[in-house]
Design a protein around this ligand. Structure first.
Ligand SMILES: [Zn+2]
Length: 203
C-alpha cells in the first residue's frame, strides 16, 4: 500500500466513507457509485523484517516512520480490520490443525449475512457496516459495563469518533458470528484488537 502515491491513497477516503466518488471538472461535478471493499497489505518497514524474529531489520527509525506515515491517520481510520500477519515458521507451513476450512467458513458467513438481512428487512440497509444514527444505537446497544469498557479503551488508545462507530459495527458482526443477541465486552475487545495500526500509533 505505501508504494502508491499519497495523493492516490487519500482520494480513497471519500468512497470508503460514502460509497460514492465525486469527479469535478471546470463546469460540472458528477457523483458515481463507488461502494467497494478495500483489501490492502503493507510491510512493517521498508526492509520487511521489523517484526520478524529470525531476521534483523536494517531500517533507521526515521525511515520506518516515513514509510508508515504514507498511510495517513484519516485513511487508517476508515479501515475496519487491521491485522498484523507474522511470518510463518517452516514447521507451520503444512500444519492444518486448528484452522477452519473454506466451506465451513462460507456457511458461517452466509448464516451471519442472513441474520443481518432479516434484522434490517424494514430498513434500506443490508449489513452491519451500513449502520448509522438511531439504527446504530438500537442494534449496537451497550450495557453500562460495556459502555465504560469501550469508553476507556477509546480514551486510552486515542481512537477517533469514526473508529468508535466502526468498532461498534465490527463488534455487532462478531456477536452475529457467535449468534449472540447482545454486544459483550469480549466482542468489543476483539473489534478493538483489529485496529492494530491505530493502536500502534498511540503505544
Ligand atoms: Zn526494516
Amino acid at each position: 500500500m505505501p508504494e502508491f502515491k499519497k495523493g492516490a491513497l487519500e482520494v480513497l477516503r471519500q468512497p470508503l466513507e460514502d460509497g460514492t466518488v465525486s469527479i469535478s471538472r471546470s463546469l460540472v461535478t458528477l457523483s458515481y457509485p463507488a461502494d467497494f471493499m478495500l483489501v490492502a497489505a503493507m510491510n512493517p518497514c521498508p526492509c520487511g523484517y521489523l517484526t520478524d524474529e529470525r531476521h534483523t531489520c536494517t531500517c533507521a527509525p526515521n525511515v520506518i516512520q516515513n514509510y508508515r506515515g504514507r498511510i495517513s491517520g484519516p485513511l487508517l481510520d476508515r479501515i475496519d480490520l487491521q491485522v498484523e500477519v507474522p511470518a510463518v515458521p517452516y514447521s507451520d507451513l503444512k500444519a492444518t490443525r486448528g484452522t477452519t476450512d473454506s466451506a465451513t467458513m462460507r456457511q458461517r458467513i452466509a448464516r451471519t449475512r442472513e441474520v443481518q438481512r432479516l434484522r434490517y428487512a424494514a430498513l434500506p440497509i443490508h449489513t452491519n457496516a451500513e449502520l448509522t444514527g438511531s439504527a446504530l444505537e438500537k442494534h449496537c446497544h451497550l450495557g453500562e459495563a460495556e459502555h465504560a469498557f469501550l469508553g476507556s479503551a477509546v480514551k486510552n488508545l486515542g481512537l477517533s469518533a469514526r473508529a468508535y462507530t466502526r468498532i461498534l459495527r465490527i463488534a455487532r458482526t462478531i456477536a452475529d458470528l457467535s449468534e449472540s443477541p447482545n454486544l459483550t465486552a469480549a466482542h468489543l475487545a476483539e473489534a478493538i484488537n483489529y485496529r492494530s495500526m491505530d493502536r500502534a500509533q498511540h503505544v
